[in-house]
Structures are given as structure tokens and as C-alpha cells.
Design a protein around this ligand. Sequence first.
Ligand code: E4P
Length: 221
Amino acid sequence: MQLFLDSANVDEIKESLTWGVISGVTTNPTLLSREEGSFEPLVRKICSIMAGDPVSLEVLATTAEAMVGEAERLAALAPNVVVKIPMGVEGLKAVHCLRCREHKVPCNVTLVFSVNQAILAARAGAAYISPFVGRLDDIGWDGAALVEEITTVFRRQQIDTPIIAASIRHPQHVQRIAAAGAHIATVPFSVLKQMAAHPLTSRGIELFLADWARSHGEERL
Ligand code: E4P
């Protein structure tokens, strides 16, 4: 399973790239609204930092025709832009149209909350589909179970559209959707840091250093 960073923050993106673990970025209007500066320079910068790896940018339009126009403008910003299109009939029409256009804008169908929505998005020609895990948990459902169901159905139906598990809130989500067979998890930087940490790892390092210091004092390797 690949990891994408769910962030529009340049410092977070640069830092996580140094870990060697992320191979894409997803943004949304909420994440972008938290950042300083205007939209275009910021997203151009993110796309250039990601050097060819996919960066999802979401349309704001709500009709298919307007979505297509916005998607084409977003895709022109950088070659690695993937356009996020919200699920729905207008979204499906837009994805179908963008897929058939000459330059074939890759679309990430976002705000997917059911297996049927995932099937429709894949059939319309999405390059990725993004089921939202945490937001389903928020209303008392089991978001990770949705990813399990979509991966099972896609495998059985031989649908090869990559699934980006989104709205990831904690490391347990990542483990469950990885076990389910999701292709990609897009994780906030806070969750990426939690994934790297374990109290026994920290304690183990402390103990090793203390034992070494007892026998060798300040001596270093
Ligand atoms: C993914 O593409 C979305 O940007 C994101 O994961 C939404 O997460 P949230 O539900 O925590 O806002």
C-alpha cells in the first residue's frame, strides 16, 4: 500500500518526503484554506516539490460543465495534477467527459461513502476513488469496513481502479485499510508521526543508551 500525505502544508510535505515514505499528496478546499498565500503559487509549489508524483486538487464547481472547465484549468497548472471531483451525478458526468477529452485529465472521485458510489465512479473512468473512513465513523458507521467491502467487490469484479482510503484519523485506520487491501492511504502528517512512534521503541532507545553510558561513559562509536 502506498502512502499519500493529506495536507496542503509545504513544511509537512517537505518533511515527510525526507522520510522516503510518501508518493503523492491530496488536498481539499478545507486544507488549502488553512494555508497562507494565494492558491496558484501554493499549488504550483506543492506540485513542484512532489516532482511528478500525483497531487490531488479539488474542483469547487457543482455542475458537470463547470467542473470540466475548472478541472482543465487545474490540470494545466502542473503535469502531476490529479483533479478531485465530488461523487454525484454531475461528478460522474464530469469524470466521463474529462476521461474522453483529448488530454485525459486524471480524476480522483472524492466523498465516496458506499460500494455503489465506488462502482459508479470506477465505471465512469475515475483514475482513483476516495472512500472517506473517518467521516463514516463520525456518524456511527464503520468506515474501514467500507474500504474492506469496496476492495472485495473490486477484486471479485476485476475492477482495477486504485482505492485511496481518505479521512484517516488514527493509525488503527491505516492498519485496517492496509489489511483490507487498499492501494493507497492518504494520511494527515499527525497520523504519519503517530505511525512511526511506539512507547516501547522510545523506552528501548533510552535503556540502550543508559546501559552504554554506564559501561563506556561519554565514549561514542
Ligand atoms: C482526502 O482526500 C480528504 O482530503 C481528506 O482525507 C478528508 O479528511 P477529513 O474527513 O479528516 O476532513
